[in-house]
Design a protein around this ligand. Structure first.
Ligand code: GLA
Length: 723
């Protein structure tokens, strides 16, 4: 609900459990007065106190009043150069060379439904309401529209800013954040999700220290190293208690999320496109819209915050053109790498079909002269040496086994050893006069250019139309370097990083629109582009190249803070694991993969009859329980790294649940432990695995008595149904 109190200059946004308030003050400066547990419509600016603070300057309107300073007041959208020395949200370079922006409130608009952002991902849907606040810097002739989307039932508030040039000359944007959030106190922890290739999104929590702490990416993608989702929480906050704020950026390129603990123990979170090599020209009369940011506040811990984000993503962001159960898949990568022919693939598919697998995914190596990762990218035609009859011959045979067929592509890339590169060497991002910087021996296509995207679209379309293809894995296997486009003049090269992302979104949108029957899974060397922006186009993302069940516990745990299980591609692979050489029981690998979009990534022809029996059983179980993982609520029951890691998927009506648990390395004579299962209904009785039944309150507050699980990395699945 959006409430406007004209008399007091207040804008109050209410969701079911939260309130967010702004105030236009006597100088028409837009202050941020509150974000937290739901309150009434009272004027919360009474919480703001004024004092003469040394070296905190006073804006023109305040004259010689030394107690009024932008340096100490909570701002809704901070600017540079006019007396607020904390993190700026907006920094412009004006035609006279100055970097000063002074925004003043000029009006507002209320719009039915949720705003949309052309060319960028955004939450959508009927449930949303929009408030647009209009600000202006009259001297600079610049307007800023702050857009707010309110999704009451999800406690979700979205934001984006539009910067408009009202003057006669071009202006340059050096920084334009999507979100600025000022807090009256800094006694909070900052939580971010960090890692590396094959070890993404491991949670890190630390108290705010004086100055700025930030995470971000300058790799051209959101990255394996840091995720565009961060949290601030009270020092005591945990899974089920305490205050916490989650902030997510719907963006797949360079980002920055900085928090500043100020001299007066306030703090500010600013999140948006990373200002590194970002400079965007806006011509007279034109505008620039930032990516969207989304906020959820929870006053009962992390779990509730995550479930609100999950539901919002599932119902108002992820455009799933294959709603319902996703086919259980087998992917050829870890089974065959580049070394296969039709016969090998059909053998693999035959084994898979017998086990109940429903989708066969042909990974890298099917196109051009792609026999290793040294060549072939960009040549999107079938390699007839490996697949003599092409997909036209292969796919019907796979379909005849009762399986769907899926294909891997990496549209943004080109190998130097390819027909495409030989024909269009200028189609890559590369600074003239330099040796190209290679990553995985490949170069990045200049997706800022329409003709490049059009070409790739045509080539891949031809393949998609040649056979019955129902799934695409869209990969992206390197970071951007030498970011320079032959399509833009020197003074506009600062637009390339962002235009690249817009180009990727544009092409994804075309495939989404033109091939509604195809399910697209995102991937970037595993989870190098696992962000809310991508989820708008690809309803699921390959979570990590690391398929080791134990490492996956941390990766999937970290990922689950923002993103729902139904978005995480998770597969069972062979042991010892390719990435870390660890061996875990097949049952455990199944338990962990079932916490996401389930599949296999191994040579099924090399499995023993006992293993095949286990696999067939896993697939049956998944087919029975899938809706809990796909649509249920997710509860983290422990943190990884303890004696065990446990989690639960619980149906919305709380009548069914799947609880999973994996133990760590074994020890002699372990203690008995009880597993407390939150999220159940205390008054219901749950029958567990068709045997004994337990009262909900007992399971929630006293716990389920765990058997002694001896041996390294054992696992357990408890399927519960209310009687
Ligand atoms: C990336 C992906 C893998 C696989 C390979 C193929 O690393 O994450 O799953 O598709 O590329 O080259």
């Amino acid at each position: 609900m959006i409430v406007h109190d004209e008399q007091n200059g207040l804008f109050t946004l209410h969701t079911k459990n939260t309130t967010y308030q702004m105030k236009v003050d006597k100088y028409n400066i837009l202050l941020h007065t509150y974000y937290g547990p739901r309150l009434g419509d009272a004027d919360l600016s009474r919480l703001i106190r004024y004092a003469d603070r040394g070296f905190s300057p006073n804006p023109g309107e305040a004259g010689h009043c030394r107690t009024y300073s932008l340096d100490t007041l909570p701002q809704e959208y901070s600017t540079s150069g006019a007396g607020d020395f904390r993190l700026p949200s907006l920094e412009l370079e004006l035609p006279d060379g100055s970097h000063v922006t002074e925004l003043r409130y000029t009006g507002f608009r209320r719009v039915e439904g949720k705003y949309v952002i052309e060319g960028l991902p955004a939450f959508f849907g009927d449930g949303g309401e929009t408030l647009v606040l209009l600000l202006e810097d009259a001297a600079a002739k610049v307007a800023v529209e702050l857009c707010y989307g309110v999704f009451e039932d999800y406690d979700l508030i979205t934001r984006a800013a539009r910067i408009i040039n009202l003057g006669p000359e071009t202006i340059e944007i050096c920084r334009a954040a999507s979100l600025c959030l000022d807090f009256p106190a800094a006694d909070m922890d900052y939580i971010s999700f960090n890692g590396r290739h094959a070890m993404e999104r491991c949670m890190d929590r630390s108290p705010l220290r004086p100055g700025v702490q930030s995470v971000g990416s300058v790799r051209g993608t959101s990255s394996h190293q840091h995720n565009p989702f961060v949290m601030l929480c009270s020092r005591d906050a945990g899974e089920e208690h305490g205050l916490c704020y989650g902030a997510m950026l719907l963006y797949s390129g360079n980002f920055e999320a900085g928090v500043e603990r100020s001299q007066f123990e306030t703090c500010r979170l600013v999140m948006g496109i990373n200002p590194y090599h970002f400079r965007y020209s806006i011509r007279p009369g034109k505008g620039f819209t930032t990516p969207e940011a989304a906020l959820v506040f929870s006053n009962c811990g992390f779990g509730n915050m995550s479930r609100q984000f999950h539901r919002a993503i599932m119902e108002h962001l992820r455009r799933d053109n294959r709603p319902g159960r996703k086919p259980v898949l087998v992917n050829s990568w870890e089974a065959a790498y580049f070394d296969f022919d039709s016969e090998k693939l059909l053998e693999l598919a035959g084994q898979a079909a017998e086990l109940g697998i429903e989708l066969f995914v042909l990974d890298d190596g099917w196109f051009g002269r792609r026999n290793s990762d040294l060549g072939g990218l960009g040549d999107w035609w079938v390699n007839r040496e490996k697949l003599p009859g092409g997909l036209e011959a292969l796919v019907p045979k796979i379909n005849a086994l009762g399986m769907e067929f899926g294909l891997w592509i990496e549209p943004e890339m080109v190998s130097e050893d390819s027909e495409l590169y030989r024909q269009h060497p200028d189609w890559v991002l590369c600074t003239p006069g330099r040796e190209p910087v290679r990553g995985r021996s490949q170069l990045v296509l200049d997706f800022t250019r329409e003709e490049v995207r059009d070409h790739i679209y045509r080539e891949i379309s031809r393949v998609l139309s040649s056979a019955n293809i129902s799934y695409l894995k869209w990969d992206m296997n390197r970071s951007l370097t030498q970011v320079w486009s032959a399509g833009l003049p020197a003074q506009r090269q600062g637009e390339v990083y962002h235009r690249y992302v817009l180009g990727v979104y544009e092409l994804l949108e075309r495939f989404h629109r033109d091939y509604p029957g195809i399910l697209i899974e995102g991937c970037s060397g595993g989870g190098g582009r696992f962000d809310a922006g991508m989820l708008y186009y690809t309803p699921q993302i390959w979570c990590s190249d690391n398929t080791d069940a134990i490492d996956r516990l941390s990766i999937q745990y970290g990922t689950s803070f923002a993103y729902p299980p139904c978005t995480m591609g998770a597969h069972v692979s062979a042991v010892p694991n390719e990435i870390n050489r660890r061996s875990t029981p097949l049952e455990t690998r199944g338990t962990v993969a079932m916490a996401g979009v389930f599949g296999y990534e191994m040579d099924l022809c090399k499995t023993s009859p006992e293993e095949r029996e286990i696999i067939a059983r896993q697939i049956c179980r998944y087919k029975e329980w899938w809706d809990l993982v796909e649509q249920g609520d997710y509860y983290r029951l422990s943190t990884p790294g303890e004696a065990f890691t446990a989690w639960a998927h619980i149906s919305r009506d709380k009548r069914r649940a799947l609880v999973s648990l994996v133990t760590g390395p074994t020890h002699a004579a372990p203690p008995f432990m009880n597993l407390r299962i939150s999220g159940l209904e205390p008054g219901l009785n749950y029958r567990i695995n068709g045997a004994e039944s337990f009262p909900g309150d007992l399971l929630m507050y006293a716990g389920y008595p765990l058997p002694l699980l001896l041996g390294d990395y054992q696992s357990m699945q408890l399927y519960m149904e209310a009687e």
